[in-house]
Design a protein around this ligand. Sequence first.
Ligand code: ATP
Ligand code: MG
Length: 147
Amino acid sequence: MQFADEGAQQAFGVRLGACLQAGDIVALSGPLGAGKTVLARGMLRGAGHAGEVPSPTFTLVQPYEGPGMRLPVWHSDLYRLGDAEEILPLALDDVLEDGALIVEWPERGGTLLPGPALKLTLDGTGDAVRILTAQVPESWERRWARL
Ligand SMILES: Nc1ncnc2c1ncn2[C@@H]1O[C@H](COP(=O)(O)OP(=O)(O)OP(=O)(O)O)[C@@H](O)[C@H]1O
Ligand SMILES: [Mg+2]
């Protein structure tokens, strides 16, 4: 799949966010500036969030649980994780019982990231067209086919 511009990419995120379910983990990979946060922003909007979505690079995880949300969604960015074990105090699996988790730079969490995830990888930076590839777990197969 490819996105001609940022708007198209965010719109795809909105569709993804509209079908998020409790227990989902969406892992967003790709180089700096590929558009992972753009996709996450769309997903949060699709899940009902109306406000801003700052990049959680420094906070590491940002919960969205406000009244408009269809379900709680946590947005995490592990880029600044020094060591995979630093993921443990973030308690990222706490949201999964009734909500969903979106993770940028999932590789930084190594095997300590909860799973299985819908693994999305974006390629392309700057003015380039973005290419998205997906590894779709069983829990997503039907939803992915309908996107
Ligand atoms: N499909 C696209 N087409 C053109 N520009 C895009 C597209 N997606 C994102 N961008 C632009 O690329 C820049 C980086 O986007 P974004 O912050 O979402 O990247 P990121 O992958 O989250 O980066 P980081 O690894 O730093 O978190 C932004 O200026 C954004 O406007
Ligand atoms: Mg980002």
